[in-house]
Design a binder for this molecule. Structure first.
Ligand SMILES: [Zn+2]
Length: 179
């Protein structure tokens, strides 16, 4: 399969045993800590492009979810090297996600409580605030995804589940793989 990315394959059993370089895959800086995590494969779903609505749409969605569950492969990565930049990037995105999520929920719950305590005239206004809080909490999914291990290190499990694919790995990371 031709690809614009320079992808390096690491056998899944090596990643699961923690036989990995001591430099980070993205920046090539020395690891300040090692991370254990579950790395999923990216799943490309096959399905009709035509939009189905109503009951058929729901059935189609269920089929796709089932397809996804059966096709996704995972690797239990042990001791992946993370440099200071990787660690900071991850912390930053996860912090933003947590602030949005809990902040949104707080606004949502707060406006519901305020709606109960105040008189009818302000309820519509508060409903708008509650909705905004809810939307913000849902939007937390984006920074959360940016802070995911897969995005931070630029790797995923191969569709066959036999390897970890690293996109454009740094030179020091790559050099250590050859040993
Ligand atoms: Zn790094």
């Amino acid at each position: 399969m031709a690809s614009d990315f320079d992808t390096v394959r690491i056998p899944a059993n090596l990643a699961e045993q923690g036989i990995l370089p001591s430099h980070c895959s993205r920046h090539g800086r020395p690891a300040v800590r090692r991370a254990d995590f579950t790395l999923q494969s990216k799943v490309r779903l096959k399905g009709s492009r035509t939009r189905r609505v109503g009951v058929f749409g729901a059935v189609g969605m269920a089929e796709r979810l089932d397809q996804h569950a059966r096709k996704v492969r995972v690797t239990q990565v042990k001791g992946w090297p993370l440099c200071d930049v990787c660690a900071r990037t991850r912390t930053r995105w996860l912090t933003v996600a947590a602030v949005l999520f809990f902040g949104g929920l707080l606004v949502f719950a707060g406006s519901l409580v305020a709606g109960i305590l105040t008189e009818a005239g302000t309820v519509r206004w508060l409903a708008g605030v509650a909705l905004a809080g809810f939307v913000v909490a849902v939007l937390a999914a984006f920074p959360f995804s940016r802070g995911s291990m897969s995005r931070v290190i630029g790797a995923s499990t191969a569709p066959e589940g036999d390897a970890v694919l690293v996109e454009n790995p740094s030179a020091p990371f790559r050099a250590e793989l050859r040993h």
